[in-house]
Ligand binder design. Sequence first.
Ligand code: NAD
Length: 421
Amino acid sequence: MSLRGATFLDSVLQTLKRAIELGGYPQEVYEILSRPQRVITVNIPVRMDDGKIQVFTGYRVQHNNALGPYKGGIRFHPEVTLEEDIALATVMTFKNALNGLPYGGGKGAVAVDPKKLSRRELEELSRGYARALAPFIGPEVDIPAPDVGTDPQIMAWMVDEYSKIAGRNVPGVFTAKPAILWGNPVREYSTGFGVAVWAREAAKKLWGGIEGKTVAVQGFGNVGYWAAYWLIKMGARVVAVADSKGGVYNPNGLDLAAVKAVKDKTGSVINYDAPGTRKITNEEVLELPVDVLVPAALENVIHKGNANNIKAKLIVEGANGPTTADAEKILHGRGVWILPDLAANAGGVVMSYLEWVENLQWYFWDEDETRNKLERILLDTFNRVMNRWNKLGTDKVTIREAAYVEAVDRIYNAMKVRGWI
Ligand code: NAD
């Protein structure tokens, strides 16, 4: 199932409409936020290894900059569409606003399968994209970062290309760069860390703490692995993990380092074998008898077909859009807490903000200091969302709706004092 194109945009706009209603904001807020401010389409010619020119189409959607420069990732994927890019840029406006960052929202995309390009072709394409967008981005204008299909190496090529055009080093124009090129090592685990912090704080309210609580994680990539790592460090018991091939379950808890070693060696956690551990499918991982469920792989995996089989009392959305609106209604009705993506997986963009601050001042914090700053911002967001949820009525609205109201509130106030509405 896919959450692409019109469907995704429709559901984002529906939640926006509901937030405007709940917060009592004027209809003009919807008129402005339901459309991006600027859409840039670029066509990038790349000389391929076979000597022929191939032209790749890309976009940069600049949704809203009431709170500051546009910020959001760049996706390299064969099925990207402009509609999907608009939806993702819109979500970034809310995610950045919710977390108190001085940013608006943006998102970029190139229709390409990066796995099918040679390293040289990928570098050419990345540099071509940065060149085409150079007049429209910058540390005070629009600051892209990686997303699906892009990584710190691609950011390094892009920052180098932009810097050549500018005639000086401009580290703050892209974030999540390699540490040697003004990145920060905390970025690697920041999203998973944020997921764990949100889970820990919610667990304190639900049960008095996360210690000893059982956790299942779907997805064992950047977000899933690091969420599991930090949850264990915080005292939780991770009993199941799954990747695209399936998963493993041990009610007494998994040896995460051993599972990771098997994944790195064989390509999947499914090959992990230890006493008391059994194999499960990647649908089963969602329905285990656990306290906490972390979907950290794909969108739409929790839907009305399986919502009633979910036993976790707390769902922490590591992935973007893992829960459909129908499923959320069912789960909210059953008293399950769903910590929404724009809050629970914001650790990455908050860390990008800290990296950008470092870049602007050419001054760098050590790892502990960086992580403490990151955690402080995440805790502030958590407390604001919980207060808003309690005010709006926990039985009447979902945590996602409360988070959207909190985000729209900041954007609305910025637009108001600017005189836009
Ligand atoms: P990744 O590519 O590193 O990992 C994805 C994982 O999901 C892999 O382990 C893959 O095997 C697994 N997977 C794929 N299909 C699956 C299935 N059907 N069942 C179970 N597992 C499956 O990606 P990532 O960076 O960890 O991103 C995961 C999600 O988190 C995406 O929705 C992404 O948009 C979101 N996200 C990522 C970040 C970040 O900083 N990396 C930030 C915010 C949101």
